[in-house]
Design a protein around this ligand. Structure first.
Ligand code: RUQ
Ligand code: CUA
Length: 634
């Protein structure tokens, strides 16, 4: 038991006393309308307060990693308190940590100053989250990033060719061999080709990709790409257990047309069924090894028509969104947004259909498996089913966008001929219009079955008003018992899509960058004493090796000539946790934040003459205010 749990138990009488006390004295606490009115699920106030109260100084039991959507970031909160702890900048500059201002992170961001982060993925070992890396996709610019969970910092942003809007990402295999990427909006192929939308059906294509993860460093590189028909590849998941070796992606617009002014919502919903794309990545590896690919724009592309066995389509109710593999790996669950059911497929039946070539048709060389042969059941979960999560106790939880609810239902086996309604065992309203949902360790092979977070798209009226643009809402729901109970409403900046919950004790973040820690690559520009601090001029380049420590910079004067190229390396020599120093130059848009033991570099041109102060931005000591110097441009 964690220290926090113990202390919380000790506080139980106190909180009960508080709640009763407030009720008893007749004084109504403010802001409790939601709990009383029950909009978006009712909450037993005393129970919810106890379940989520993490006393000052105590620690949460889980980390919650929210994707930050078009903010390009990741938000970190604790569960059960739902308190926001940190923001990890990934695809967007973040002055708070100096991200995107020093040379290294500026180069990593490349030509973009934003991204659209949708689906965090955690590295896994044997189907369990191992706490090493966090991956996240950029739905806008065909990229994927890796965050090291030892220091909670973005270490790599990989951009690959031919992917237009990487949405079906970042889904990780059970032993972190691969993470997925896929095209959401098909475009002419290869990347950069011009073809009018009137040629959509023939010239436009989607691409799915397997990104290899280096088992030691976590470094990402493109493994292979697969050329696909011009559908919209939406959500994905990686198989596990009996389905290990496969990736699954839903796709819509199998009508393969984009009619100008025709409203895709209408044209893409004509057919009764769309598909789940199933990719056998071991077959993809074989195709690459056998040379059955073409290198286009630098990417090895497999054409499934020439490499049978690499890709299959599984029919699914039209306009599907989520596809999720259950913890056992046997059941593949897909939801069509326009159908009030979610469909369970059996990987054993899928394998049999593949072996028997039990196909309905073939599209661009990709066989379509016979629906009736691979489907296990259709579950009447409710209106607008999107995503499904699991508790590890035989139940699944599906988000219902239209109904604004979470449905709890039983996974197979089912009785033959039974009324499927009986397997939907519970429902809880949420506020409002839920998109994704996540359970504790819900994508692993052993979910914890205690907490679920509903990620709602609309939060209207559940918080103090802040004008027309209001925060996103996340609701913590207790799923440990038979009945789901709402515990807490939390709010974030725009805009979480998916999130992941991992046990806190699986992470062991560093406290400082130790001077001789072999885990981190040595920075050749680090200096550890004031004696090493110096300014060197070579022609029109001035290079500075600066040391920062409480509460001064060495050197504290830099003299350059107007037009010089200036390179400043700052090492923070502190070896004490949270002793950060900042380095900012007035009116020069220079802003670095250097963690204890870290060295950062910024390169710029001294294009404005005059005298500019530099100073430490991060409050570091009683004499922080004195931590300053001068940058003189002659
Ligand atoms: S999406 S609300 Cu980008 Cu994951 Cu489903
Ligand atoms: Cu260093 Cu403030």
């Amino acid at each position: 038991m964690r220290k926090g749990t113990l202390n919380r138990l000790a506080l139980v009488p106190l909180v009960i006393g508080l709640v009763i006390g407030l009720a008893g004295c007749g004084k109504k606490p403010p802001q409790r309308r939601g709990a009383r009115a029950g909009a978006g699920g009712t909450s037993d106030l005393a129970n919810a307060a106890l379940a989520t109260y993490v006393a000052p100084g105590d620690l949460d039991e889980y980390y919650l990693f929210y994707s930050g959507g078009h903010s390009g970031q990741i938000f970190v909160a604790g569960i059960p308190s739902m308190r926001h702890i940190a923001t990890i900048p990934v695809f967007s500059p973040y002055p708070g940590t100096g991200y995107g201002f020093d040379d290294e992170t500026r180069e990593m961001l490349g030509e973009y100053t934003w991204g659209d982060s949708h689906h965090p993925g955690l590295s896994e070992t044997n189907g369990e989250y191992d706490g090493r890396w966090l991956f996240i996709n950029d739905n806008a610019n065909g990229r994927i990033a890796r965050i090291d969970l030892r220091d909670f910092k973005t270490k790599q942003i990989l951009s690959i060719p031919n992917i237009s809007a990487n949405h079906g990402s970042s889904f990780v295999t059970p032993n972190s061999e691969y993470v997925t990427m896929a095209t959401r909006m098909s475009v002419p192929f290869p990347e950069g080709t011009y073809a009018d939308v009137t040629e959509y059906g023939s010239k436009y294509h989607g691409v799915a990709a397997g990104i290899k993860i280096d088992p030691d460093s976590g470094h990402l590189e493109l493994g292979w790409e697969i050329l696909l028909p011009p559908f919209d590849y939406d959500l994905g998941d990686a198989g596990k257990g009996p389905s290990e070796g496969f990736f699954f992606w839903t796709c819509y617009n199998s009508e393969r047309e984009f009619i100008e002014g025709g409203k895709l919502e209408v044209t893409a919903s004509q057919k009764d069924k769309d598909f789940i794309l199933m990719v056998d990545y071991r077959e993809a590896e074989k195709a690459i090894a056998a040379g059955t690919f073409e290198t286009i724009k630098g990417a090895p592309i497999i054409d499934p028509a020439k490499a049978p066995g690499v890709a299959y389509f599984i029919p699914l109710a039209k306009s599907p969104h989520g596809v999720d593999v259950d913890p056992s790996g046997r059941w593949i669950i897909g939801s069509g947004k326009l159908s009030p059911t979610t469909t369970v497929f059996d990987i054993e039946k899928i394998k049999t259909a593949v072996a028997n070539k039990d196909y309905e048709e073939t599209i661009d060389g990709i066989p379509v498996l016979t629906y009736a042969s691979v489907r296990e059941a259709e579950i009447p979960v409710g209106l607008g089913p999107l995503h499904t999560q699991f508790d590890g106790k035989g139940y699944a939880y599906t988000s219902l966008f239209v109904e604004s609810a979470v449905a709890k239902w039983k996974l197979p086996p089912y009785e033959a001929g039974a009324d499927m309604n009986q397997y939907v065992v519970g429902k809880i309203p949420v506020a409002y219009n839920i998109g994704h949902l996540v359970t504790a360790e819900g994508d692993s092979m052993s979910p914890d079955g205690n907490y679920l977070v509903a990620l709602n798209k609309l939060s209207k009226g559940r918080h103090l008003s802040v004008g027309p643009s209001i925060p996103e809402s996340a609701q913590l729901i207790d799923i440990s018992g038979d009945k789901m109970n709402l515990l807490y409403d939390a709010f974030t900046e725009p805009e979480p899509h998916y999130a992941l919950i991992i046990k806190a004790d699986k992470l062991d973040p560093i406290e400082v960058y130790k001077k001789d820690d072999p885990y981190w690559p040595k920075n050749p520009n680090a200096i550890w004493t004031a004696e090493e601090a110096r300014v060197e001029r070579k022609g029109k380049t001035v290079e500075v090796w600066m040391m920062a420590v409480r509460s001064f910079f060495a050197p504290d004067v830099i003299r350059v000539n107007r037009g010089d190229k200036v390179i400043i390396h700052v090492t923070n020599i502190e070896q004490t946790r949270d002793e950060l120093h900042g380095f900012a130059i007035d009116n020069y848009n220079i802003n670095m934040v250097i963690d204890p033991g870290e060295t950062k570099t910024v390169t710029f041109t001294a294009d404005k003459g005059g005298v500019y102060a530099f100073y430490c931005t991060n409050f570091c000591s009683a004499l922080h205010q004195e931590m300053q110097g001068y940058f003189l441009v002659k």
